[in-house]
Ligand binder design. Structure first.
Ligand code: C5P
Length: 221
């Protein structure tokens, strides 16, 4: 079993930026579990499977082949041997993932993959249920959050930067809706593990957050 850093929190709290940087500095692999949920979501979309059709989702989970690989240190998602990583950030994929992640068969399918990676490597793993369910014995657990305003503002600027048109109020509403779905689902809802350190990044720089986590790592040794 390698060293495990678990980072959970709501959408847009900066988990992936922080986790990526931290993994790079420590020489660990970065396991983006959201990308795995998005990978299955992409598959459901291409097959026309609706997220509320639990039977069809469950059957698709049994049939689909999903693999995680690392190429130049970057996580890649293969679905039925096709690299679909470039599609994962699409809005429709994110929306589907937010819904299909509540289906037990989806979570069971990905849990094994996630634990298997952590058995073999030192990891920084981010998601919603890493400290509570996937890696309950992680060496360091972080619950990273930020106000809805901060998170919506970051997303807004990110989209503007890409030259996409966007509406701030709509982004904030989407974020709240995703939080609600993640926090109220029956299986592995988003919540802070009892032993997770709480970091509110609203008023912090990326560097400050990374340093804070590194200081928790030093304490845990
Ligand atoms: O973090 P990201 O936005 O990529 O995650 C996509 C969706 O996957 C989230 O909306 C969430 O519902 C789900 N997810 C999850 N558990 C995780 C990671 C992501 O339910 N560990």
């Amino acid at each position: 079993m390698g060293y495990q850093i678990a980072i959970d929190g709501p959408a847009g709290a900066g988990k992936s930026t922080i986790a990526k940087l931290l993994a790079e500095r420590k020489g660990f692999i970065y396991v983006d579990t959201g990308a795995m949920y998005r990978g299955l979501a992409w598959y459901f979309l291409t097959k026309g499977i609706r997220p509320d059709d639990e039977e069809a989702v469950t059957k698709a989970c049994e049939e689909v082949k999903i693999d995680i690989a690392y190429e130049n240190g970057k996580q890649q998602i293969y679905v039925n041997d096709k690299n679909i990583t470039d599609h994962l950030r699409e809005e429709a994929v994110g929306n589907m993932a937010s819904k299909s992640s509540a289906v037990p068969a989806v979570r069971a399918r990905l849990l094994e993959l996630q634990r298997d990676l952590a058995r073999r490597e030192d990891v920084v793993m981010d998601g919603r249920d890493i400290g509570t369910s996937v890696l309950p014995d992680a060496d360091v657990k972080i619950f990273l959050t930020a106000s809805v305003d901060t998170r919506a503002g970051r997303r807004y600027n990110e989209l503007l930067g890409k030259g996409e048109s966007c509406d701030y109020a709509q982004i904030a509403a989407d974020i709240e809706e995703r939080d609600r779905r993640d926090m109220t689902r029956e299986i592995s809802p988003l919540c802070r593990a009892e032993d997770a350190e709480l970091i509110d990044s609203s008023e912090m720089t990326i560097e400050e957050v990374v340093e804070k986590i590194e200081s928790f790592c030093r304490e845990s040794r």
